[in-house]
Ligand binder design. Structure first.
Ligand code: ZN
Length: 138
């Protein structure tokens, strides 16, 4: 069986990691698949999707802050961004973080670790964003 769903999120800041684990888990539960795989894909070039710690909110703040130290909006390392939109940093962060994830489904449950959450990673908000979820299994 193959099930496709999508949902929208509104990101409130230029850079923010938003926990979408509940939305994805809900889709997995409603798919009623015992064993399979959940693919998550976002159709954006200035955002990403990643899995990281969901217990201490300082972790997502550290990720955003450190990415900004490495890749500031105006560029660094003596290089001036050529892309005219002023969001080259967000394009680079999107490629580093990635735009898709695959998570196993076992006995109807998404096999995330105890401390793992799925984070939509906004790097050029606020914007309206889409998340695609495709579930394969039986
Ligand atoms: Zn751009």
């Amino acid at each position: 069986m193959l099930i496709f769903k999508e949902f929208n999120i509104r990101t409130p800041e230029r850079e923010i990691l938003i926990d979408i684990s509940n939305e994805v888990s809900k889709i997995v539960r409603s798919a009623n698949i015992s064993n399979g795989i959940c693919h998550i894909f976002i159709p954006h070039t200035t955002a990403g999707i990643t899995i990281n710690e969901n217990a201490d909110p300082s972790v997502t703040k550290d990720i955003i802050t450190y990415l900004n130290k490495l890749i500031p909006q105006g560029g660094s390392l003596g290089y001036r961004f050529r892309h005219g939109e002023g969001n080259s940093d967000a394009h680079i962060k999107s490629s580093l973080v990635g735009t898709s994830l695959s998570i196993f489904i076992h006995e109807k449950r998404l096999m995330l670790g105890t401390w793992q959450g799925i984070y939509f990673s906004e790097f050029d908000g606020p914007r309206n964003r889409k998340v695609y979820v495709q579930i394969q299994g039986e």
